[in-house]
Design a protein around this ligand. Structure first.
Ligand SMILES: Nc1ncnc2c1ncn2[C@@H]1O[C@H](COP(=O)(O)OP(=O)(O)OP(=O)(O)O)[C@@H](O)[C@H]1O
Ligand SMILES: [Mg+2]
Length: 353
């Protein structure tokens, strides 16, 4: 049995349904990310797990116990929000101690636990500081320590990194993951940053308008997107128009070319139009060991992004982006140039809706 189970959860605000039949079973110690665009219902589901919102329908079970009717303070759940929600008039120590005080823990126990938590986030030396005397990253670490101090059964993180600058975001997400592993605490992390979700999660839930479009490991989500939405939301995606040639032989036609692909074409008919996806890193300008297909194209633009150069090509009706590793000795192709794009037909994914 899973540790945290969300079954047939629905949520409406007035006449508007914002969560539709959401189901998920999370194992103890798992790190799950909810990934999706603004307004898709991520925070609403988190708030239902915490007890700040009541589901219109469905049940929430943690560790075998139905929580659906429990108040937030009866659930023992730790939560960290996007905005720094520390108490401004309390020191770091007092902030981290807060939940333990409310729970009526003895003084000695509180002191020991707060020290332990501050050591965990490497801020022992800032115990007497007030929030305004600390950086955003430090404040979020304190918010994490405050959430973890009462030993919650589940940790919920609602975009805890989104107000921080890029470098701090990366180091803090790694720290969060390290602490989460150390404590083995079941965690749900909300983000709309796909790289963040891919880099730290055991599994990702890609949400689209109040529904889970796909639930899977980062590699499954990225390499085998289940829907067009997942494919385009996670990573950069090239969609190329193609035609089914022979569904049983798994052959499609792209322009002049007939290609054998790995993806099954079951349920599709010969002559039917399909979209096939190709990730930017799967295409090159010169053939490689993997490549068994080539299509001509015209360069539209090249953008230097640091470690890679992203080039856009016009191929028939479609525009395709592909990446080349930066090479100081090589000039990226210029707009208007005619080139040939090489790739492996097994990297083509047929996108269904
Ligand atoms: N208390 C409320 N009353 C009415 N509508 C609400 C309420 N809370 C959320 N909503 C609506 O529910 C939908 C989902 O909101 P939610 O906050 O869960 O989105 P989100 O995925 O967290 O988005 P973001 O990435 O912007 O934080 C939105 O359309 C929002 O306007
Ligand atoms: Mg939100």
């Amino acid at each position: 049995m899973s540790f945290l189970e969300l079954s047939a959860i629905k949520k409406s605000f007035g006449p508007v349904q914002v969560v539709h039949d959401f189901n998920m079973a999370i194992d103890k110690g798992e790190f799950i990310s909810f990934l999706g665009p603004s307004g898709c219902g991520k925070t609403t589901i988190l708030r239902m797990i915490a007890g700040f919102e009541t589901p219109t329908d469905g049940t929430i079970v943690i560790n075998g116990r139905d929580q659906t009717a429990l108040k937030p303070n009866q659930r023992n759940i730790g939560m960290v929000f996007q905005a720094y929600a520390l108490f401004p008039n309390m020191t770091v120590f007092e902030n981290v101690a807060f939940g333990l005080k409310v729970a009526g823990k003895p003084r000695a126990e509180i002191e020991a636990r707060v020290k332990e938590m501050l050591a965990l986030i490497h801020l022992e030396h800032l115990a007497e500081r007030y929030p305004y005397q600390m950086s955003g990253g430090q404040q979020q670490r304190v918010a994490l320590a405050r959430a973890l101090a009462p030993k919650p059964q589940v940790l919920l993180l609602d975009e805890p990194l989104s107000a921080l600058d890029a470098k701090i975001r990366v180091s803090l997400r790694e720290e969060i993951r390290l602490i989460q592993r150390q404590l083995g605490i079941t965690t749900v992390f909300v983000t709309h940053d796909q790289e963040e979700a891919l880099s730290i999660s055991d599994r990702i839930v890609v949400m689209n308008a109040g529904r889970a479009d796909q639930i899977g490991t980062p590699s499954e989500i990225y390499n085998r997107p289940a829907t067009r939405f997942v494919a385009s939301f996670v990573g950069t995606l090239n969609l190329i128009e193609a035609q089914v040639e022979d569904p049983d032989a798994r052959r499609i036609r792209m322009g002049e070319q007939s290609l054998a692909i790995q993806d099954p074409l079951s349920g599709l008919k010969g002559g039917e139009r399909v979209s096939v996806a190709l990730r930017p890193e799967a295409a090159t300008l010169s053939p490689t060991d993997r490549s068994d297909a080539a299509i001509p194209g015209e360069v539209v633009s090249s953008h230097f992004l640091g470690s890679v150069v992203r080039t856009k090509l016009k191929v028939g009706e479609s525009t395709i982006s592909f990446d080349m590793f930066n090479d100081p000795g090589r000039t990226p192709p210029a707009p208007g140039e005619q080139v040939t794009l090489h790739f492996a037909s097994r990297d083509l994914l047929v996108i269904r809706d």
